[in-house]
Design a protein around this ligand. Structure first.
Ligand code: FDP
Length: 286
C-alpha cells in the first residue's frame, strides 16, 4: 500500500454506515421467511437474503477488499484483491423481525484470507437497529460509538470502556441444554442483587447492553452441541475484538475467542463476553 492509497478499512466502515439507513428501511415488507436455509441450516428471512446481497455488492466492489464472506452464503466472494477480508452477519437476530424487536449488522475486517483467527482482525463493529440506529466500532484498541442518520456518522462517545460495575446479564440457549457447571455459574450471577436480566434474543442487542451497562452475555456450549450456536468468523470474533478493545474479556470457555483457530468458514463457537472479573470467574467455573 502506498501513502496515497485510500484505506479500505475506512471505506468498508463508511459503506456499512451509509447502507444502514437503507437496510433499516428495506426491512419493511421483508419480514417473511425466504424459501432457503443458510449454511448453518437455519431458515433465512427475506431480509437476511436481501441485506446480504446489498452488502455483498457494495463491500466487494471496494478497492482493497479481497474477500466478502457472510453468514448467509456458503461461498466466499473472492475479488482477487488482497488487502483486507470482510466477514459480515448482515442481519443478526433476524428472528426478531416478526416481533419487531432489535437486530443488527455485525462486521469483522481481517488482514488474512478467511477463515481467519480473531488475531487477524484489524477492525470490527456492529450497527444496531434500535429506536435509533447506532454503530459501535473498534480499531487499534479503541472503541467509538456513533449515531447514524441519513448516511452520516456522528460520534457520541470515544474511548468507550465497559463500566466497572457489571449490571446486566443475558444467556442464550435452552436451560435444560446447558451444562451443569454453566448452570451453576448462572445461578451465582442471578443471585447477586446488583445484577439484572436483559435478554432480547438478538446477540448484538444483548451485547450492546453489556457494552453500555457492564455485565456478561453468553451463548454457551450445549449438551447436544459443544460448539454452541454463534459463528466464529461473523459473530464471535468481531464481538470479542470490540469487547476486548473496550477493556472486557471474551472466552470460548477456556481461552480468548480471538485465539480460537478456525477450521471452516462457518465454524461455531461457545461465546462468553463481558467484564473481566465475570469472564475470569466463568473460566474458573467451567
Ligand atoms: P437469530 O437466529 O435470530 O439470527 O445469530 C443467531 C441469533 O439470532 C443471535 O442473534 C441470538 O442471540 C441467538 O441466535 C438466539 O438464539 P435462540 O433462538 O436459540 O435463543
Amino acid at each position: 500500500m502506498t501513502v496515497a492509497d485510500p484505506d479500505p478499512v475506512d471505506d468498508v466502515v463508511a459503506t456499512i454506515a451509509r447502507s444502514a439507513a437503507e437496510i433499516r428501511q428495506g426491512l419493511v415488507g421483508r419480514r417473511g421467511k425466504a424459501d432457503e436455509e443458510n449454511p448453518s441450516g437455519e431458515t433465512q428471512a427475506e431480509a437476511d437474503v436481501w441485506a446480504d446481497e446489498l452488502l455483498a455488492n457494495r463491500l466487494s466492489s471496494i478497492d482493497g477488499v479481497g474477500e466478502y464472506a457472510s453468514e448467509e452464503r456458503s461461498e466466499i466472494i473472492d475479488t482477487g484483491d488482497e488487502r483486507v477480508y470482510v466477514a459480515v452477519d448482515p442481519l443478526d437476530g433476524s428472528s426478531n423481525l416478526k416481533s419487531n424487536n432489535t437486530m443488527g449488522t455485525v462486521f469483522g475486517i481481517y488482514d488474512e484470507p478467511l477463515p481467519a483467527p480473531g488475531s487477524a482482525l484489524v477492525a470490527s463493529g456492529w450497527v444496531l437497529y434500535g429506536p435509533i440506529t447506532t454503530m459501535a466500532y473498534a480499531r487499534d484498541g479503541s472503541v467509538t460509538k456513533y449515531e447514524l442518520t441519513s448516511g452520516e456518522r456522528t460520534v457520541v462517545e470515544e474511548d468507550v470502556t465497559l463500566p466497572d460495575d457489571p449490571l446486566v446479564y443475558g444467556f442464550g440457549g435452552r436451560v435444560p441444554h446447558w451444562h451443569d457447571d454453566f448452570r451453576e455459574y448462572v445461578r451465582e450471577i442471578e443471585s447477586n442483587p446488583d445484577h439484572k436480566l436483559r435478554y432480547g434474543g438478538a446477540m448484538i442487542g444483548d451485547v450492546n447492553q453489556v457494552l453500555t451497562y457492564g455485565g456478561i452475555f453468553a451463548y454457551p456450549a450445549l449438551k447436544d452441541d459443544l460448539r454452541g450456536k454463534l459463528r466464529l468468523q461473523f459473530e464471535g470474533n468481531p464481538i470479542a475484538y470490540l469487547i476486548e478493545a473496550a477493556g472486557g474479556r471474551s472466552s470460548d470457555g477456556s481461552q480468548s475467542i480471538l485465539e480460537v483457530e478456525p477450521t471452516d468458514l462457518h465454524d461455531r463457537v461457545p461465546l462468553h463476553v463481558g467484564n473481566t472479573e465475570l469472564i475470569d470467574r466463568l473460566e474458573d467455573a467451567l
